[in-house]
Design a binder for this molecule. Structure first.
Ligand SMILES: CCCCCCCCCCCCCCCCCCCC(=O)SCCNC(=O)CCNC(=O)[C@H](O)C(C)(C)COP(=O)(O)OP(=O)(O)OC[C@H]1O[C@@H](n2cnc3c(N)ncnc32)[C@H](O)[C@@H]1OP(=O)(O)O
Ligand SMILES: Cc1cc2nc3c(=O)[nH]c(=O)nc-3n(C[C@H](O)[C@H](O)[C@H](O)COP(=O)(O)OP(=O)(O)OC[C@H]3O[C@@H](n4cnc5c(N)ncnc54)[C@H](O)[C@@H]3O)c2cc1C
Length: 662
């Protein structure tokens, strides 16, 4: 390995804590870190994983094709049983497709989970092993050209025919064509298709059906089906997001996944699930996972790149006539990066929380206890929206902080950005998800108004909140949490009262709701902000005695919270809760905290523990040898394969010389 750039080494030497120990905390324990590192090391040693053509120097069809090569490699490995632990499989995939979507990504994240959670026991026994062993490859096909958000308006129909005990799948309109499902265009031979189920003329709404799309022999498309790729996108170029059109395709009755609802041979519909949204369960799973696995990890990688590079990049003067400083020593550069780094830690702890909570509540739901489903739906929706937007903005901030080189694909940042920003849209567009959380907040507000006790994430709504902020120079977690509680409770209450007032003035509820929806999305955002602050504080409280790590995490917590207050100052001050003096103090504390955190900045990103291969960045290399590798990168560019490019002979030569050698 090349010698580490002394400018980066000095940062590591000056850190006040052991990065390894912080990595253990982030991974959820030393054993988890060790296992992750083992899986990554095995993958990194495998030329099928790290070899192959250079991602950025391939065309899109080549990128897709290479991703399929990797998919086959992954499936061969998985078939040996070595990834029986889902975490192992996840780490391996992250190393194989760094910041890319695998053509079989939907197979593992949505197709298989839907089969497992929406099938009857017999169906699960039949389909899940086939999918687990990759004998069939599937996707999750829900969104249509005309509707992604409004699931009640999906137009694909599954009409039951009792005589033959079959459903007939049909796409009656242009807008009913399935559009967007990942891996649908070229890779999958099966899909879970969400379609409106019609029996004897009655529409029972969206239900999941397992449908074969292509032959298992030669991959040709099943009669009555038209399927293909939807073309190049802003990112996600390794995956074949597809379209799918049905022309009266018949499937057996048994292909309705019947855990939540059964259709008997004579067409009798029997609902089993207690909640009518049971068919939406896979979406909750993915939203809960996006928080850590997509939003936070994308941001952590961007922070790693930008912070390391900012300690390698020297520019301008700090001391007149003095040497060029590391750019991270400029206060403005710290202001660009350190609050983003603090938010990354904040999201991480919320991500760990929602992942664990998802598995706990889902277990209860599987046992038939659905009491906590509304809470899980609201929190997973809100956190998905809050963290994906924050990460998207943070990644862009990291890119800008890298100056010109940040604009190059060599930085790795454009790829991280385009992959991650899709998470603001897929699995529920962010405003739409904030409005789902807002419904929950409105209900909870009404409960609190009636004097009832609200619980879980909204417990604070029925508490007596402080009228005056008691935040002082010590910035204790409790006073910070109280400030965020106050802001969220006030914004929820204000929006709720306006709905009530508009209704009292004669507006129908739906109109009152729409007229309050901007306020409500801001209230939902404030609620999520509070929740993320709370989970960060909980992590600090639960930490075992690792004083050095506790100190630096406390600084990050305070920075995250103070920066949030300065960014949303009006929310905290306009009702007189926080005084101007307190706000001024918080603003100055942001600057002081940045100075406190600055010496540990590199150690804090090293703790995310990303191998260079996953970062895919010349700027963010662990060894900090940026310039020689930027030069190498440019030399490898396909345009430099020949001294004179073909386009010269085709276009320039005739113009410049009046003749052509072609
Ligand atoms: C160590 C690690 C191991 C773990 C490894 C795991 C790795 C995982 C990695 C994850 C990587 C992820 C990569 C992802 C790849 C891309 C995937 C992209 C896939 C997709 O995009 S699939 C399509 C997604 N589509 C959507 O999300 C559609 C959005 N729309 C909706 O969800 C609904 O239509 C909407 C907006 C919620 C409205 O629904 P509607 O039916 O109209 O309902 P109402 O608004 O009338 O509400 C009625 C009532 O129901 C409640 N509700 C709504 N949804 C749900 C739900 N899901 N569950 C429970 N309850 C729900 C709603 O709140 C209302 O309640 P009220 O009480 O207020 O009446
Ligand atoms: C990269 C990517 C991968 C995807 N993968 C899959 C997949 O594998 N399977 C699949 O089925 N789908 C997939 N999708 C589709 C995705 O789930 C939808 O695009 C997403 O749910 C948003 O729905 P939409 O496109 O209909 O947006 P729209 O709902 O049309 O959003 C447009 C605008 O309208 C606003 N809006 C819509 N409804 C409301 C409302 N009720 N209140 C206020 N504002 C509203 C939105 O906020 C937004 O600003 C994918 C999409 C992308 C981008």
């Amino acid at each position: 390995m090349a010698a580490v750039n002394p400018d980066l080494q000095s940062e590591r030497d000056g850190a006040t804590f052991d990065t390894n120990k912080l990595t253990f905390l982030l991974d959820g324990g030393e054993g988890m870190t060790e296992r992750r590192r083992e899986v990554e090391a095995e993958a990194l040693a495998d030329p099928e994983v790290t070899g192959g053509p250079h991602y950025h120097f391939m065309s899109r069809p080549e990128q897709y094709s290479d991703a399929v090569r990797k998919a086959v490699h992954y499936m061969k490995q998985a078939k040996t049983g070595k990834f029986d632990n889902p975490a192992d499989a996840h780490w391996y995939r992250n190393t194989l497709w760094p910041n890319e979507m695998a053509p079989i990504g939907l197979h593992t994240t949505m197709f298989l989970p839907t089969l497992e959670n929406n099938s009857s026991p017999e169906q699960k026994e039949k389909w899940a092993p086939l999918a687990k062993d990759f004998k069939i490859i599937g996707t999750y096909s829900q969104t249509e050209m005309g509707h992604g958000t409004n699931l009640k308006a999906l137009e694909t129909t599954a009409t039951y025919e009792p005589e033959l005990e079959q459903f007939i799948l049909h796409s009656p309109t242009l807008s009913s064509i399935k559009w967007w499902p990942g891996g649908l265009g070229k890779t999958s031979n099966f899909a879970v298709v969400m379609a409106s189920m019609i029996i004897k003329g009655k529409n029972y709404g969206m239900h999941p059906f397992i449908v074969q799309l292509r032959s298992l022999e030669d991959h040709t498309v099943i009669t009555g089906i038209e399927v293909g790729d939807i073309g190049p996108k802003f990112g996600f170029n390794t995956i074949d997001n597809g379209y799918l059109k049905f022309d009266h395709v018949r499937i057996p009755r048994e292909n309705l996944l019947m855990k939540n609802a059964v259709v008997e041979p004579d067409g009798t519909y029997v609902r089993i699930a207690k909640n009518e949204k049971a068919a939406y369960s896979t979406m909750i799973f993915v939203r809960a996972m996006i928080v850590l696995e997509v939003a936070t990890r994308g941001l952590a990688q961007a922070c790693t790149i930008a912070v390391r590079y900012s300690c390698v990049r020297r520019q301008s003067e700090l001391v007149p006539g003095g040497p060029e400083p590391k750019v991270l020593d400029f206060q403005t550069q710290q202001y660009k990066l350190l609050p983003v780094l603090a938010s990354c830690y904040a999201y991480w702890f919320s991500g760990l929380f929602i992942r664990m909570t998802y598995f706990q509540i889902n277990y209860e739901i599987q046992q038939g206890n659905i009491d906590l489903l509304p809470e899980l739906h609201a929190v997973s929706s809100g956190l998905k929206a809050f963290t994906s937007y924050g990460s998207m903005a943070g990644i862009e901030q990291c890119r800008l902080a890298c100056g010109g080189h940040g604009f190059s694909q060599a930085s790795g940042l454009p790829k991280i950005y385009t992959t991650m920003t899709a998470g603001c849209t897929y699995e529920g567009e962010n405003s739409v998800l904030y409005l789902q959380m807002a419904r929950y907040l409105m209900k909870s507000f009404l409960q609190a108004e009636k004097g009832e006790t609200t619980t879980n994430s909204v417990a604070y709504l029925s508490k007596k909140n402080l009228d005056k902020c008691v935040l002082g120079a010590t910035l204790s977690p409790d006073t910070i949490i109280a400030a965020y509680e106050h802001r969220a409770a006030r914004l929820v209450r204000k929006a709720g009262l306006r709905v009530n007032a508009l209704e009292a003035a004669g507006k129908p509820y739906h109109e009152a709701w729409n007229l309050t929806s901007v306020q409500f999305t801001k209230a939902a955002e404030a609620h999520c902000h509070y929740f993320v602050v709370l989970k960060f504080a909980d992590t600090l409280e639960e930490m075992e005695d690792e004083a050095e790590i506790h100190n630096v995490l406390l600084q990050l917590f305070q920075l995250y919270a103070c920066y949030g207050i300065t960014n949303y100052a009006a929310d905290f001050t306009e009702d007189g809760f926080m005084s101007q003096e307190q706000l001024d103090m918080v603003r100055l504390r942001v600057l002081d905290l940045m100075a406190d955190i600055r010496p540990n900045a590199v150690a804090l990103v090293d703790s995310f523990d990303y191998p260079d291969h996953i970062l895919g960045s010349v700027l963010g290399r662990y060894d900090g040898n940026v310039y020689e590798n930027l030069y190498k990168w440019a030399k490898d560019s396909p345009l430099n394969k020949t001294e004179v490019h073909d386009s010269y002979y085709k276009y320039l030569q005739p113009m410049i010389t009046g003749k052509s050698n072609l």
